[in-house]
Design a protein around this ligand. Structure first.
Ligand SMILES: C[S@@+](CC[C@H](N)C(=O)[O-])C[C@H]1O[C@@H](n2cnc3c(N)ncnc32)[C@H](O)[C@@H]1O
Length: 281
């Protein structure tokens, strides 16, 4: 409440403050309703496309120059074959890992589905690097089913594969994560490095407001009418990256097992990450 000035003016300013407060609350609850509705009413394919669109609209392209995180430096240094090994970096964004690893002498090819970031990669990587606009589904279809798509241009084999920072979180179905790892296993006998989110309570946190609950209920009714499967894996919606799936340790163990790989949990702090190593290594 304003403490100075004539009383009628103070009352009027106070009234405007009150209106602003209500407008903010309406905006917040509309957003909560929209998130609840979207989360339930969209198919997994649509949710994944929402993520790609979110990155396309707001990815900070200058992140390409941000360099590796400390935990990545330690992890890459201990795990990757020595430069000039040939690496595939998937979910490359605007090229943060790729630019840094190229600077360390590696040959890097990248895939990234969002248009603005992938174009930025093209401007930052050597002409010898393949820069392909494709998502994980394109990659797995090209490698596992020989589907002809943009990812078919990639090389037949790499010395190691990096699923770029948090990228695995955008694969919302367990079976698709298995397919992705099997696909990586086809492309490399070397290590497959992946980082992911692991907060078991993330999707519950989104359900706390009444608006979010009503949005979810409405979304579930729409999903029923659309014939979408029930009991899908819980996901979290974020404004910056659309939908993400928080993984459990057993999810990673199982995808490793099916793909014939051993999961090596990395201890460097900062962000959950693991290396899938070939059983023959
Ligand atoms: C957190 S960003 C990380 C980008 C980059 N690796 C970095 O560290 O700066 C996650 C990336 O995953 C990509 N992505 C989202 N959904 C994807 C999908 N279905 N397949 C492949 N990449 C996806 C996004 O476009 C985004 O560039």
């Amino acid at each position: 409440m304003i403490r100075r000035g004539p009383l009628p003016l103070r009352i009027f300013l106070g009234f405007l403050q009150f209106i602003e407060k209500i407008a903010r609350a309406i905006r917040r609850e509309t957003l909560n309703f929209r998130i609840g509705l979207m989360t339930e009413a969209l198919s997994d394919e649509e949710r994944m496309q929402v993520s790609i669109d979110a990155y396309d609209q707001s990815f900070p392209l200058n992140r390409a120059d941000a360099g590796l995180h400390e935990w990545e430096e330690a992890w890459f240094g201990n795990t990757l074959p020595k430069a000039p090994a040939k690496l595939l970096i998937a979910a490359a964004g605007s090229g943060r890992e790729a630019v840094a690893l190229q600077g360390l002498g590696y040959q890097v090819d990248v895939i990234e589905p969002a248009t603005a970031p992938v174009n930025h990669c093209k401007s930052r990587l050597a002409e010898t690097s393949l820069v392909v606009q494709a998502d994980f589904a394109d990659l797995t279809a090209a490698v596992l089913e020989a589907t002809d798509n943009s990812a078919s241009r990639l090389a037949d084999s790499y010395d190691a594969i990096i699923l770029g920072w948090g990228g695995l979180a955008h694969v919302l179905r367990h079976d698709d994560r298995i397919r992705l790892l099997c696909c990586c296993d086809r492309l490399t006998k070397g290590p497959v490095l992946a980082s992911f989110f692991m907060d078991p309570h993330a999707s519950e946190r989104q359900q706390v407001s009444t608006a979010a609950k009503v949005g979810s209920r409405t979304g579930r009714a729409i999903a029923g009418l659309r014939g979408l499967p029930q009991n899908r894996e819980p996901v979290e919606y974020t404004e910056w990256g659309g939908f993400i799936r928080h993984l459990r340790p057993e999810d990673l163990d199982e995808i490793g097992k099916v793909a014939g790989r051993i999961v090596q949990w990395q201890k460097e702090g900062g962000f959950p990450h693991a290396t899938f190593v070939s059983v023959d290594e």
